[in-house]
Write a protein that binds this ligand. Structure first.
Ligand SMILES: [Zn+2]
Length: 314
């Protein structure tokens, strides 16, 4: 389950492993230069293998890394959030894509099993989650929920924009998981309650509400995407150390609202709860007994719900 399953690891808390990568073998991928560098959205991605040996056909890995970076770049203004990135693939076990670690907007390490297939890579969410950490500034430890929440929220949104996930898949995941992010008894707000549920899904719920509030307050003309791009344009990528006050100010300036300021006061500095059942009703997300979802386009916020996970017009 990648880093979502192990929040205690944090996304930036480990020291980098000494570079053990050997030069990569030549190959025929058209997306790679002879030096073995991938270029996506203005970013030079230096793809390495930890033991010098890719766990599976390197062409599969290259197209997965490139497609993941394209998904992120498409969300962040058709530009990858940092100019260079080293992605180190570590052979680990047999199964598909495992744990991922992001560090400082400069390095991602990700474990890939020897039985990974093209389907494994097409379904992977871990690398996109890690790459989204490069699209948001580093915050003090007590605000990690904001970083983890953003990656957790944006990963399916960006994949839906690319047409890689259907709205049904995205909303059914949120219906299943967002409840983990709600405050429990004794909660003191996202800045002071550092459980797994509040860090990942409380953070994701904050950003879901931010996306929704920005759209409501701007007649659906602006969204969280504008806030994220505005923060990036102000220099707030994974290489920068920011305060949450600056995130809120830059994000709100980009949408000309106070959506982030209001939500921060309600959910980070206090245990602001979200009535999810009412929220799904307003959005027109209809949950069946088996957990699958359908949509009611007559619901009051149906237009906003549709645009949140709509494929991008090309
Ligand atoms: Zn993460």
């Amino acid at each position: 389950m990648g880093c979502v399953a192990s929040p205690a690891q944090g996304s930036t808390s480990r020291a980098p492993v000494a570079a053990a990568a050997a030069p990569r073998a030549p190959h025929a991928s058209e997306s790679a230069t002879p030096e073995g560098e991938l270029r996506v959205g203005g970013c030079a991605i230096d793809l390495r293998y930890d033991d010098g040996e890719p766990p599976v056909d390197p062409r599969l890995i290259e197209s997965w890394v490139a497609a993941s970076a394209e998904t992120v770049a498409a969300y962040t203004g058709d530009r990858f959030p940092v100019p260079t990135l080293r992605v180190t693939v570590i052979a680990g076990g047999r199964r598909g894509v495992g744990f991922g670690l992001h560090q400082d907007g400069r390095r991602i390490k990700i474990w890939v099993g020897t039985h990974a297939t093209s389907e494994t890579f097409a379904e992977d969410w871990v690398l996109i989650h890690e790459m989204f950490h490069a699209a948001f500034p580093d915050l003090a430890r007590e605000h990690k929920w904001m970083q983890e929440g953003l990656s957790t929220y944006l990963e399916p949104v960006a994949r839906a924009q690319q047409g890689a996930l259907t709205p049904e898949v995205v909303w059914s995941k949120w219906v299943r998981m967002m409840d983990h992010g709600r405050p429990r008894l004794g909660d003191r707000g996202l800045d002071r309650t550092h459980t797994w549920g509040r860090t990942y899904w409380g953070g994701a719920l904050f950003w879901l509400m931010a996306d929704l509030e920005i759209r409501k307050r701007t007649g659906n003309r602006k969204s969280l995407q504008d806030a994220v791009v505005g923060i990036l344009e102000a220099g707030g990528n994974g290489r920068a150390d920011w305060t949450t006050a600056r995130v809120v100010a830059e994000g709100d300036e980009a949408t000309n609202t106070r959506a982030l300021a209001d939500l921060y006061a309600a959910m980070a500095e206090a245990p602001g709860d979200v009535d999810l059942e009412t929220l799904w009703d307003e959005l027109g997300v209809v949950v069946a007994a088996d957990g699958s979802v359908g949509f009611d386009d007559t619901a009051p916020l149906a237009d906003i719900r549709r645009s949140m996970t709509a494929p991008r017009e090309s």
